[in-house]
Design a protein around this ligand. Structure first.
Ligand code: AMP
Length: 209
């Protein structure tokens, strides 16, 4: 099953994609993580991507679609896209490349999202996500990597990212609704609650293994 996780920044896409790919046979593809890896390695792509990401803007479509294609090569099924597509143009390009079986919108309130983003700690090594509210260690409990605050998890960039979500990404809700691919799950609860909501929804449309 090929899945897209859709939702605002901080809705839980990354966390849920990670959990789903740990429990089931999915490959987790996060364009944001690919960009962060390139930024850390200081590659040319990383430098370009960083100039957009740090301000809360989307990286231009031609660059992002290229990154996606490279990560999808040799892969026809069983993947979770986390953070792609982020606008209708990207969604149209995607439908020319692969078949999508289900799109899960993680729907969370803006005040909850802001709180999550402002408290978020990300492992520099494995990308695991924690929150200052309930995690006081300075290193990742999974791999021991250093925890950092993402460059775009600051007040100014968050406001911009939420605005970009409303203008560019939200139209994807109608786009996938029209294709009868959209499921909406409540994203306001805890991580296990979200996970169980997503599992239930996916099981309606196919087997998970
Ligand atoms: P994420 O990790 O999904 O929150 O992505 C972090 C940042 O990477 C976003 O705010 C964008 O600047 C950039 N990015 C990730 N995915 C895309 C995409 N599909 N299109 C354009 N920019 C993206």
């Amino acid at each position: 099953m090929n899945i897209i996780l859709l939702g605002a920044p901080g809705s839980g896409k990354g966390t849920q994609a990670k959990l789903l790919s740990e429990k089931y046979d999915f490959k987790h593809i996060s364009t944001g993580q690919v960009f962060r890896d390139e930024i850390a390695k200081k590659t040319e792509l990383g430098l370009i991507a960083d100039s957009y990401i740090s301000k809360g803007y989307l990286v231009p479509d031609d660059i992002t679609v290229d990154v996606l294609k490279k990560n999808l090569s040799n892969l026809q099924e069983n993947f979770i896209l986390d953070g792609f597509p982020r606008n209708v143009n990207q969604a149209e390009k995607l439908s020319d490349i692969v078949k999508i079986d289900r799109v899960i919108l993680i729907d969370a309130k803006e005040e909850i999202i802001k709180e999550r983003l402002l408290g978020r700690l990300t492992c520099i090594n494995c990308g695991e996500i924690f929150n200052k509210i309930n995690y006081s260690l300075s290193h990742c409990s999974k791999c021991g990597g250093e925890l950092i605050i993402r460059g775009d998890d600051n007040e100014e960039a968050i406001v911009k990212r939420l605005e970009v979500y409303k203008v560019a990404t939200k139209p994807l809700i109608d786009f996938y609704k029209a294709k009868k691919l959209l499921s909406v799950i409540d994203g306001n609860g805890t991580i296990p609650e979200q996970f169980s909501n997503i599992e239930k929804e996916l099981l309606k449309f196919g087997e998970l293994n």
